[in-house]
Design a binder for this molecule. Structure first.
Ligand code: SF4
Ligand code: SF4
Length: 457
């Protein structure tokens, strides 16, 4: 099928959607027709040689996983395909233009850093990624071997001069979720401006809420200093509205995955979530909204991406940053379909919500804190809510089997996986636990295990 790309014409000067451009992607190479971004990359101080290697590999991986291995994709995926095809180009040039006008770029690594506060202060929030081991050359001498792939990769991108988003960042906001990340910030802060938000460990306690609110207020002071802007009830309410709308559009996409004929593959839905972390929120509201319209129409017409009866899989565990599409690819090339991700690049991003009520900053900040404290990450203790989320989603998404996905050496998710596996089995839900990294070394073994799991469903 020919994919059409709906591009916000990136009036790269005005950074607005000014027209719609349709491209037939499948007949083009992913890198074809791009502006010359080399001057911008050089200005940002990228290691051009290594960066070329990275950019050279990505289109082939994308083509193999997304284009060659899928059929009947929604046309609305064209936009996301375009974004990935120019991943270090247009969006980075938007950041550059915005910075020239005085805007600041604030980067994050975790859902617990509230993007609405960053947006309210008229800064740009970028979720930095670390989904490939390509960048490990810059971090491996600084980290023990038994560090999770996400940290190795992220730190590598931070130090290896191959990520234009890192190089565009005026401030990187880390958090105290897992131990590996805490130590990672210490290393990174020797090279980049880093601020650490202290997230609570026992988030259900009232004193944790008080502490998290005071941490958010300290973050606001830091961000006000960096941006030169002041948080107000009006700008915070407007930003909360905007981010809420963005989350609502992603939720609409996920809701369509609950139907019998799933109108979008797990791979494509994952890509939508991944892009949401670094694209412009207004454009996301529009483009994810258009995709959701199309998917809802597909549901009405009974158009799916798989045969009816395809096994429906829920993936639960550690986040999957671009270009970590490994498990989705292994599962969906075997005729099954992933219908939801209970991960931070999935339902954890949009499920908890807030009412935007209150006439003071204090009330709004409390609403934000409460919304974030509802996210059930394995870094917290206790974390019973995650088990409840999985059991609920198994029903909502009519799941046939669960894959508990853990990045190797991630202790919080690894330990939780053992207990969750027992609980799911007790409830009669087929489950498999997968512990892996970004390499393809275990593809053969995973293929066999996933195939056997799907056959058993
Ligand atoms: S898994 Fe936990 S630490 Fe990682 S991004 Fe999600 S909330 Fe943050
Ligand atoms: S995957 Fe686990 S170890 Fe790695 S950054 Fe996330 S919580 Fe920490």
């Amino acid at each position: 099928m020919l994919f059409k790309i709906l591009i916000s014409t990136l009036s790269l000067i005005e950074l607005k959607l000014t027209s719609i451009l349709k491209l037939k992607i499948r007949k083009k190479k992913l890198t074809e027709g791009k502006p010359n971004w080399y001057p911008m990359w050089k200005e940002l101080g990228l290691d051009i040689e290594k960066h070329d290697l990275l950019m050279g590999a990505l289109p082939q991986i994308y083509k193999k996983i997304y284009i060659d291995a899928q059929q009947n994709r929604p046309e609305g995926m064209g936009f996301f395909e375009f974004v990935v095809s120019d991943i270090h180009g247009i969006r980075v040039s938007e950041l550059k233009k915005a910075k020239e006008k005085g805007k600041k770029v604030i980067s994050t690594f975790c859902l617990y850093v509230p993007e609405e506060i960053i947006v309210a202060l008229d800064a740009i929030c970028i979720g930095l990624c670390g989904g490939t081991d390509f960048s490990n050359f810059a971090s491996e001498a600084l980290l023990p071997t038994n560090t999770c792939a996400l940290i190795k990769s992220s730190l590598g991108f931070g130090l290896g001069n191959i990520c234009p988003y890192f190089e565009s960042s005026d401030l990187i906001v880390g958090e105290t979720t897992c131990d590996g990340k805490k130590k990672c910030w210490e290393i990174l802060s020797k090279h980049k401006p880093v601020y650490v938000l202290e997230t609570p460990q026992c988030k259900d306690r009232p004193q944790s809420r008080v502490h998290f609110i005071s941490e958010l207020k300290a973050l606001i002071i830091k961000l006000e200093e960096i941006t030169g802007n002041k948080l107000s009830v009006d700008n915070l309410k407007a930003a909360m509205e905007k981010i809420k709308k963005k989350r609502t559009q992603i939720k609409r996409v996920y809701n369509t995955r609950k139907t019998d004929y799933v109108p979008i593959s797990g791979k494509d839905a994952l890509l939508v979530s991944q892009v949401a972390f670094y694209d412009d929120p207004d454009r996301q509201i529009q483009m994810v909204g258009q995709l959701a319209d199309e998917l809802e129409q597909r549901v009405k017409e009974g158009i799916g991406v798989t045969e009816k009866g395809a096994k429906r899989i829920l993936v639960s565990g550690t986040p999957m940053a671009i270009p970590n599409w490994k498990i989705h690819h292994l599962v969906e090339t075997k005729g099954a379909v992933i219908v939801a991700e209970e991960t931070c690049t999935g339902t954890r991003y949009f499920e908890s919500d807030y009412e935007i009520i209150g006439e003071s900053l204090d009330e709004l900040i409390q609403a934000i804190a409460d919304r974030y404290l509802e996210i059930n990450c394995a870094c917290f203790t206790p974390n019973e809510g995650r088990k409840e989320d999985i059991l609920r989603q198994v029903k909502e998404y009519k799941v046939d089997g669960v894959i508990l996905y853990t990045l190797s050496f991630c202790q919080p998710y690894d330990i939780e996986a053992i207990g969750l596996e027992k609980e799911l089995k007790k409830s009669g839900i087929p489950v498999i636990s997968i512990n892996t990294d970004y390499s393809s070394d275990d593809d053969g073994q995973l293929n066999t295990r996933i195939e056997a799991f799907l056959e058993m469903l």
